[in-house]
Design a protein around this ligand. Sequence first.
Ligand code: ASP
Ligand code: MG
Length: 413
Amino acid sequence: MARIVMKFGGTSMAGIERIRHVANLVKREAERGNQVIVVVSAMAGETDRLIHLCREAASRYDTREYDVVVASGEQVTSGLLAITLQGMGLNARSYMGWQLPIRTTQAHASALIDGIDVDVLERVFDDDGIAVIPGFQGVAEDGSVATLGRGGSDTSAVAIAAAARADRCDIYTDVDGVYTTDPRIVPRARKIPIITYEEMLELASVGAKVLQTRSVGLAMRENIPLQVLSSFEDKPGTMVVADELIEDSAMERQLITGIAYDKNEARVTLTGLPDRPGAVAAIFAPLAEASINVDMIVQSVPRAGQKSDLTFTVPTESLVQTSDVLEKLKEEIGFEEILTDTEVVKVSAVGVGMRSNAGIAAQMFQALAGRGINILAITTSEIKVSVLIPEEYTELAVRVLHTAYGLDAETPE
Ligand code: ASP
Ligand code: MG
């Protein structure tokens, strides 16, 4: 017997017919003799609709009341699923965030989970019951409803799995797993059967948006195996697990697990910087203070007594603020000009196999050079190499790298 958290996303819960299908999947898992906790999202589009209503009511709204409104989407789907399961003869019951409770911080609309009491859940298991829990919501310190931020029900599911010491957390969604790259760009992209938390974090944060990144970080800290799978197709998905669990098959492992891309990057270049200690700190300290996330950084090394250039990237939505902050400090920092460019993309190759293999980066640069793609900036970590290139080459670069690292499937999946 295993204890499993099954989480269903918005498309899986969109309408009574789909909820009935979900109920069948839950029933099947329970009939295998497993203990099941179900966590659900609101119906697809519902949270957007509710947010829109808040905006219509008042352009500046109180986030405490916003949470009251948006948390209702998950309340509806959890009740409907419990009714459906009961109709199938199962001992199912819904429990709202405050009933367990799922305790959160006071930060309405972006609350963090402080802790989850599992007494209620244990009692449900003692009665061979199935608990259905709305994702995305909890109860803040003052007793008010709080939500976790968009996409938060993945995090709810993982947190509940950790608190209830589940053996696994299955995330049912509308894709059947995590792919080596975006299948819309590369039809020969392959489904990855098993991947480490670290790789998943890198792929998620660079644009493969299957799971809320925060939920993967939590699963890694709590060591909860995740499975991403489709609620529409009956086939195995992608397992996301600790590194040690796949170390054994390292021989068969690909050096590179996946290629990701992120168009949400803007390039900033400062020219004519003075060559003295503190010059770079004078730029990045005020950006950090303004909570601007700087990603890639490249500085040219000047000849003695000459000036240098510095290039870095920020999220596209932070570009205007970045220019404002730096323009105000122009004298102090001592640069000549700010040049910016939003027509750039970051393409990354990710894989834990990189740790023990040299030449991965060189292979990337060669493959891109072979197609005449100019590299504007580079960053590397232990398991990732990223390049910044002109956005118009996104598709070409992703395809070329997918082939260069031997990731293409023999036939399109
Ligand atoms: N319903 C919420 C949203 O759309 C939470 C979730 O589904 O993860 O953001
Ligand atoms: Mg989601």
